[in-house]
Design a protein around this ligand. Structure first.
Ligand SMILES: [Zn+2]
Length: 209
């Protein structure tokens, strides 16, 4: 079974949410400067590149990333092409081929194409899940929702979608690279760095199948 890496590479040119700290990967020890080893420091937001959100991101006192259920982060996952949809509203989601009982769904939107650009500028009109779309996913029993740009929620209205998903224990995975992934069923493995109490964490995400 082929293993597809759907993780963005974290480099200083990776776009970040406006106002978030940029990716900074200094090297306090460098062999080309006479040190006996190389050592990189990781200076990034917990919401950098391919990452997931924990309840603590939008819910005061919410659970941290280290408590997320591995049974949700690993398992069958459906990749759905959303075509030219500009927003993932309840109506749009209802029109997509998402069978009842789907627990993990990854949306391949027109935003995937943004990763073909080499620009490091954050794009604000990415495709995202609206508040009523989030409620639709919760009502259908979805437990993990993935998107191909850096936020599951619209740029100009991030609160409702995040609150609805996180309050229901749905795990949003953001910044997936689905450019070459065909729609269909895969096995997802998505493991966040285990940072105690954190509202999010970068993860390595792969699809098998
Ligand atoms: Zn996030």
């Amino acid at each position: 079974m082929p293993i597809h890496d759907i993780t963005l590479t974290i480099t200083p040119s990776l776009p970040v949410w406006p106002g978030d700290p940029p990716v900074n990967l200094p090297q306090p020890a460098r062999m080309d400067r006479g040190d006996v080893y190389n050592l990189t420091r990781i200076d990034i937001s917990a919401h950098t590149g391919t990452h997931l959100d924990a309840p603590a991101h939008f819910i005061a006192g919410g659970a941290g990333v280290e408590t997320l259920d591995l049974n949700v982060l690993i398992g069958p996952s459906l990749v759905v092409d959303t075509g030219d949809a500009d927003a993932l509203t309840a109506d749009v989601l209802a029109s997509l081929p998402i069978p009842a009982g789907t627990q993990r769904v990854l949306f391949k939107t027109r935003s995937s194409e943004l990763w073909n650009r080499s620009e490091d500028v954050f794009v604000e009109d990415f495709v995202a899940v609206t508040g009523d779309g989030a409620q639709w996913l919760v009502d259908r029993g979805v437990r993990l929702v993935g998107v191909d740009y850096l936020s599951v929620a619209p740029f100009d209205d991030p609160v409702p979608c995040h609150r609805i998903l996180l309050a229901a224990g749905v795990i949003p995975v953001e910044g997936l690279d689905l450019r070459v992934i065909a729609p269909g069923e895969y096995q997802l493995i998505c493991l966040p760095i285990k940072i105690g109490g954190s509202d999010g964490a970068p993860c390595r995400a792969v699809l098998i199948g």
